[in-house]
Write a protein that binds this ligand. Structure first.
Ligand code: 13P
Ligand code: SF4
Length: 331
């Protein structure tokens, strides 16, 4: 292990990795967590494992042990393409399930099985079947933030990064879009396709209000406001741009605003800020308690014990896989 001098005269381990998170992790904390980081790096090599991390993971996971980082769409694409033997999802359960659906013969690990999602919890397969019976022939576009069982009875999946494209690719005048009511309404505002929605909400994004945006603009009149499309439509309308977490990163990279407010989960701003020290990040953030269940110590434990392993009922695999693959085929 390489060491560099720390501010208190001691040496710091893994200096090349510490540089990436120095803004967020004090040297004393680094000395504690670097043991887990080194162990994870060694275990990944030994297990031929790939670690996929969502943009909402904490900087000490995102910038040190992750092989691939991105939004749900990017993580699904990477899961479909990997030749690793083991996939560890530093994200929430539906993301790991999607990876398993695409790789039924690989080992897929999630460090904490309780890392759920309020959207995935909001709808069951029987609800989808009832919607289909109520609107015969209307295709069901299902956000990836759902269980494999729900995907299995859907026609095609979408993410916040491709929802409009998927809805329009179907070439029909009307679709059912589940389960996020706000995402459905935000997409409906951008397309002529009629959208029938469900009443699911993201517990993190539903809490933002137009008043939050007004307050930020009052304090920072020059701020550029970017909101995730799981936010209420009046929040999106009050923002300058809306897009998936990867589209938010792309916007910051392209436009380089002097000051930006990311209206989304807290770690997003921290992770992007590492690459743009010249940009002032205003963070009106809410924490996703599910994403925050993933830690360096449970990632290490998952790779040591090869569990908890994500499984999907084989009966659900063909239907769920078709929905995800149809989405991935839409470019
Ligand atoms: P993205 O697909 O934009 O990364 O969003 C996933 C998610 O869970 C946001 O809350
Ligand atoms: Fe689910 Fe919202 Fe957390 Fe994303 S931020 S995982 S949508 S609860």
């Amino acid at each position: 292990m390489l060491h560099v001098p720390a501010s208190h005269g001691m040496t710091l381990p893994l200096p090349h990795l510490y540089e990436r998170v120095a803004r967020h992790v004090p040297p004393m904390e680094w000395e504690i967590i670097s043991g887990d980081i080194q162990a994870i790096l060694d275990l990944k090599r030994r297990r031929n494992a790939i670690l996929l991390a969502h943009n909402y993971q904490s900087p000490e996971i995102f910038h040190t042990v992750a092989d691939i980082v991105g939004d749900s769409l990017a993580l699904a694409r990477e899961a479909a393409a990997t030749d690793a033997d083991v996939i560890l999802l530093a994200g929430v359960h539906f993301m790991a399930e999607t990876a398993k659906v695409l790789n039924p013969d690989k080992v897929v690990l999630i460090p904490d099985e309780k890392a759920g999602c309020s959207l995935a919890e909001s709808i069951r397969p029987e609800d989808v079947l009832a919607l289909k019976a109520k609107y015969p022939g209307v295709p069901v576009v299902t956000y990836v933030n759902t269980s494999a069982a729900v995907k299995a009875v859907s026609d095609v999946c979408c993410t916040s990064g491709n929802a409009k494209k998927v809805v329009e690719a179907l070439g029909v005048p009307r679709v059912i879009m589940i389960p996020d009511e706000y995402l459905a309404r935000n997409i409906a505002a951008q397309t002529d396709v009629e959208i029938i929605s469900w009443h699911g909400r993201c517990e993190v994004h539903e809490r933002f209000t137009p008043m939050d945006i007004a307050e930020i603009r009052d304090i920072y009149p020059d701020v550029t406001v970017i909101a995730h499309p799981e936010c209420p439509p009046d929040v999106v309308a009050a923002s300058d741009f809306s897009g998936s977490t990867a589209e938010m990163v792309g916007f910051v990279a392209d436009k380089r605003p002097a000051r930006v407010a990311l209206v989304t989960e807290c770690s997003m701003g921290d992770n992007v800020a590492v690459h743009y020290p010249e940009i002032d990040f205003v963070k009106p953030c809410n924490l996703c308690p599910h994403m925050k269940r993933i830690t360096l110590s449970n990632i290490r434990r998952a790779l040591e014990t090869m569990g908890p392993e994500v499984t999907v009922d084989p009966a659900l695999l063909p239907g769920a896989r078709l929905s995800v693959e149809r989405m991935l085929a839409i470019r």
